[in-house]
Design a binder for this molecule. Structure first.
Ligand SMILES: O=P(O)(O)OC[C@H]1O[C@H](O[C@H]2O[C@H](CO)[C@@H](O)[C@H](O)[C@H]2O)[C@H](O)[C@@H](O)[C@@H]1O
Length: 246
């Protein structure tokens, strides 16, 4: 269940990578997260080698994620699968906040103000950050769960020092299924790589669709394979990009 991942075949697999805690180390402030330049170069090389079958599948809004990628042209999913951008596609306008989220916004804004929590509003989710204030975790999770229950079309999602209300039906698994129904992903075996609880849905989908998951870090997981940390993944990707064919 926790073995080092096998080598994958660039002609037959597709890569789906989470961003924070996977490609970029976790930092205190989301705007300070950076993917190392070498990883960005490796992903560019891999995308060419895999005929574009590489996607970053993030909980972040696309408008927030894209500037962190330094022009890397790969497929992207944002807001936990709510937003999708195929490789080479122009970035469209930021989608408006979906209706059920609009209804929940006021309450979450007041909560964030009163508890001094960072609030992140994305097209498909509203996120409360409590990094640096772990004693608030239970309260934040309860509030998010109750807010989701109070509004049809929303569900709670809890991640690494964050708790979010997200649109029902979204998730990284749904993002994988969407990508795999289009070229250049169709017909390939998905490999989902991530560090957080929110990536487990992607691991399950990858497994169900004939591929597998790779967990970054030591936490419990349904992924079949594991790598220790962000640098270990960078090394694994680099070996894949530079391996001679055949
Ligand atoms: O699915 P991901 O790409 O991993 O996005 C998950 C969340 O990432 C960001 O928050 C996380 O990373 C921050 C920077 O390292 C960290 O400060 C925070 O505690 C983490 O939860 C992002 O801000 C969220 O919107 C994403 O949902």
């Amino acid at each position: 269940m926790t073995d080092h991942p096998p080598t994958i075949d660039p002609a037959r697999h597709a890569l789906f990578l989470d961003f924070d805690g996977t490609l970029a180390p976790i930092v205190a402030r989301p705007e300070d997260a950076r993917m190392p330049p070498q990883t960005r170069a490796t992903l560019g090389a891999l995308a060419r080698r895999m005929d574009g079958a590489v996607a970053i599948v993030s909980g972040r809004a696309l408008a927030d994620l894209e500037p962190l990628l330094d022009g890397l042209d790969v497929a992207l999913s944002g807001s936990h699968g709510h937003e999708i951008r195929m490789p080479g596609e122009e970035t469209g306008e930021v989608p408006p906040l979906a209706e059920p989220l609009r209804a929940a916004l006021g309450h979450l804004e007041s909560l964030a103000r009163s508890q001094n929590l960072r609030l992140e509003v994305k097209p498909g989710a509203i996120t409360l950050h409590y990094r640096g204030m772990p004693h608030l975790e239970d309260m934040v999770r309860d509030e998010v769960r109750e807010t989701a229950e109070a509004h049809a079309g929303l569900k709670p999602m809890h991640g690494n020092m964050v708790s979010e209300v997200v649109l029902d039906g979204v998730g990284k698994g749904a993002a994988l299924r969407t990508f795999l129904s289009h070229a250049p992903f169709a017909g390939r075996r998905p490999v989902m790589i991530g560090d957080d609880v929110t990536d487990e849905d992607g691991f399950r989908a990858a497994h169900a669709l004939g591929g597998f998951g790779i967990k970054i870090g030591v936490a419990e997981t349904e992924a079949a394979f594991r790598l220790g940390d962000v640098p270990a993944l960078a090394d694994w990707l680099s070996a894949l990009a530079t391996r001679s064919p055949g």
